[in-house]
Design a protein. Structure first.
Length: 245
């Protein structure tokens, strides 16, 4: 899978410059205060510490949550920490964003723990539903680029089917509703937020529902296989029409 090495280096440099204030100020862009979590990446991402890591592998390894903290964290706290991973923007360096995002999913014990939590699907849907696009953003997400990467990481996780039960029963119905709600909000500010990753979620939903023709099914499968990154802009219109049926 092709990786833009220059962009990867730039992204790492950008993330090194950001502190972990997001976990203290509220990582959901919410106007409501979010309680401090029991784990912070601050000690890891401090410039003098982060600069010591010589490879992506070392950075990923350094970000693990100690087992004693991992087991005691609430699911809400765990989601906040997972979605604020210091390397969350890594996917931006890959031509297939889903592949890049899965590098973080697969190398962070927070996501492994999240899979074990029975309430993870419900809490993840609440997390996604409660994002307030109009609130003042946390310090680490004050720039448009950071807003894009943060939202993108959340949506790539939802579209990845890492939490398989998200795509079952009432959870699937709620995911479709919330995804469409978020899509409407994003369309209010298209200069910042892309609809591409919303289309990924909705594509997964439609495929799970199994109500499409073979041609439509194949189109969505192809869209998902490339992580939503297509060369022809008209393809987004086509996918949007299918998932809106």
């Amino acid at each position: 899978m092709r990786v833009n090495t220059f962009l990867l280096i730039a992204l790492v440099a950008l993330m090194c410059s950001c502190s972990d204030d997001v976990l203290n100020e509220g990582s959901r862009y919410s106007a409501q205060p979010v309680p401090r979590v029991t784990f912070s990446f601050d000690s890891i991402t401090a410039p003098n510490v982060w600069a010591q890591y010589q490879s992506l592998e070392e950075m990923l390894a350094a970000c693990q949550i100690p087992e004693e903290k991992l087991n005691s964290m609430s699911t809400d706290e765990l989601i906040d920490v997972c979605m604020s991973h210091p390397l969350h923007a890594l996917y931006f360096a890959y031509n297939n964003e889903m592949v890049g995002a899965k590098v973080v999913f697969e190398h962070f014990n927070g996501f492994s723990e999240l899979k074990k939590r029975k309430d993870a699907p419900t809490k993840m849907l609440e997390f996604y539903d409660e994002i307030n696009f109009n609130a003042t953003t946390p310090k680490v997400h004050r720039e448009d680029f950071s807003k894009i990467t943060y939202m993108g990481f959340i949506e790539l996780y939802l579209a990845s089917k890492e939490l398989t039960s998200l795509y079952e029963g009432e959870n699937l119905e709620k995911l479709e509703l919330v995804s469409n709600k978020v899509l409407e909000k994003k369309l209010e500010d298209p200069s910042i937020y892309t609809v591409r990753r919303s289309l990924l979620i909705n594509s997964q939903v439609k495929l799970t529902q199994g109500t499409l023709s073979k041609e439509e099914t194949d189109a969505l499968k192809s869209f998902i296989s490339v992580g939503g990154n297509v060369d022809n802009p008209q393809e987004y219109t086509r996918i949007s029409a299918i998932v809106s049926k």
